[in-house]
Design a protein around this ligand. Structure first.
Ligand code: GLN
Length: 453
């Protein structure tokens, strides 16, 4: 049914870069056989899933939305993919994304943008717009995203779906093509909180292949999503991101949901996180710094594309690298490599990267203090509903501002979830409600999220 749905709508939505009908059907049949043979199966056995193209999949092209990896077929599976397969989940295909997960609209994909199923002239968010659009358009019941500064939560908000960024280290990063290694986290994109919890439980947990993976059991997310009880919980509204300056319809829906939590027995307190103001600036130094280093491996020697410089008979390795990187990387990737290389260069390191790391510490402290006063914190997920394709493409700063509410969680490593929060008055488009919890307390996201559903 999902393959049929993809065949009928994906030419308009373009959520997928590649569909693996044969592989998905074979995996589904294997589950049927296991069931017939009386084997015990997990709760998601046979449920198909779409996977963001930044996650490596054995035998299935993986490009991270970039021309530089066009046609690259990985020889191994990411740990989370191994877990999906072991859970009997057929992989429908790979979803579109901003190149190397840099962006908030999926327009930076080298393979053309994804369209928001709510209005095809609008962006589906980014970088994981393909995963959220696939779920919103009923092309897949579940999808995997990755979130470095909001790329699961912001697409969830603008497509009216659920997206969770687990605690840093909660889901193995082994086999994710790294954007910024200290910020990256993979997580679920779904239509309900319980679906997200079930998927979180499949992909989460310790992995010896990732040295930053948390060596503890997955938090009890399914139990929390089933219980959905907020009575007696303290909910912190962050003064600095309570919706002031956001689209008025988004602020209104946010306030209504906060009231709903009060009606369900929660207590609301206001908390202040003064350093969050500097989050965006710190993020857009730390991320390009790490990315410029991570992307150095795309050198024309090891993976994907290789182009020789034009008009040179026997080019040097450097000339091949330069020509390949020039042809293979898009403008946004080049912009961030230049920014990051500059921020890390001798003489500027302390002024930029060093300062940004200090802000990161201040943000983590703001969170610590806030979580002394509240069990979870809440904000609107994104300042606007889905904007028109092309609207912010030529204005990087306008694009970066979308991430103002999502970035602090990545800088501090704490978990976050975006929930569908109704349609904004102005344009009738979906908005998102963000919940943030202390590190390793991911279950609180599900407890509160399910109570609001
Ligand atoms: N919009 C953010 C950026 O462009 C989000 C990136 C992400 O989470 N992968 O960096």
């Amino acid at each position: 049914a999902h393959l049929d749905r993809i065949a009928s709508v994906d030419s308009a939505v373009h959520a997928f870069l590649e569909v693996d009908a044969e592989g998905a059907l074979a995996a589904a049949r294997a589950v049927d056989d296991a069931f017939a043979a009386g084997q015990s199966l997990g709760p998601l056995a046979g449920v198909p899933i779409a996977v963001k193209d930044v996650v490596v999949t054995k035998g299935l092209t993986t490009t991270a939305g970039s021309k530089i990896l066009q046609g690259w077929v990985p020889p191994y599976d990411a740990t989370l993919v191994t877990r999906l397969r072991a859970a009997g989940m057929p992989i429908l295909g790979k979803t579109n994304m901003d190149e190397f997960a840099m962006g908030s609209s999926t327009e930076h994909s080298a393979y053309g943008p994804t369209h928001n199923p709510w209005d095809l002239e609008r962006i589906p968010g980014g970088s994981g717009g393909g995963s959220s659009a696939a779920v919103a358009a009923f092309e897949a019941p579940l999808a995997i995203g990755t979130d470095t500064g909001g790329s699961i939560r912001q697409p969830a908000a603008v497509t009216g779906t659920v997206g969770t960024k687990p605690t840093y280290g909660g889901v193995s990063r082994y086999g994710l093509i790294a954007l910024a290694s200290s910020l990256d986290q993979a997580g679920p994109c779904t239509r309900s909180v319980l679906d997200a919890a079930l998927l979180h439980a499949v992909i989460g947990g310790h992995d010896v292949m990732d040295s930053t993976s948390i060596d503890a059991p997955v938090p009890p997310v399914v139990e929390a999503a089933t219980r959905a009880d907020v009575s007696g919980m303290k909910i912190g509204v962050i003064k600095e991101i309570s919706g002031e300056g956001f689209q008025p319809g988004i602020k209104k829906l946010f306030d209504q949901s906060v009231q709903l939590l009060v009606d369900r027995g929660a207590e609301v307190v206001e908390v202040s996180c003064p350093s969050f103001e500097k989050g965006l600036a710190a993020y857009y130094l730390i991320l390009p710094s790490e990315a410029s280093s991570n992307l150095a491996k795309f050198d024309a020697m090891r993976y994907g594309l290789r182009v020789g410089p034009e008009g040179v008979d026997s080019p040097s390795a450097e000339q091949v690298m330069a020509a390949t990187r020039d042809a293979g990387f898009g403008d946004e990737v080049k912009r961030r490599i230049i920014l990051g290389t500059y921020a890390l260069s001798a003489g500027y390191y302390d002024a930029y990267y060093g300062q940004a790391q200090k802000v990161r510490t201040l943000i983590a402290r703001d969170f610590e203090r806030a979580f002394e006063q509240a069990d979870v914190l809440v904000t609107p997920t994104a300042p606007t509903t889905a904007f028109k394709l092309g609207e912010k493409l030529d204005d990087p700063m306008a694009m970066y501002l979308n991430d103002v509410a999502t970035i602090p969680a990545n800088l501090a490593g704490v978990p976050g979830m975006s929930l569908p929060n109704g349609l904004a008055d102005e344009d009738g488009l979906p908005s998102g409600f963000q919940i943030l919890a202390p590190a390793a307390k991911d279950e609180r996201l599900y407890e509160v999220g399910a109570a609001l559903e």
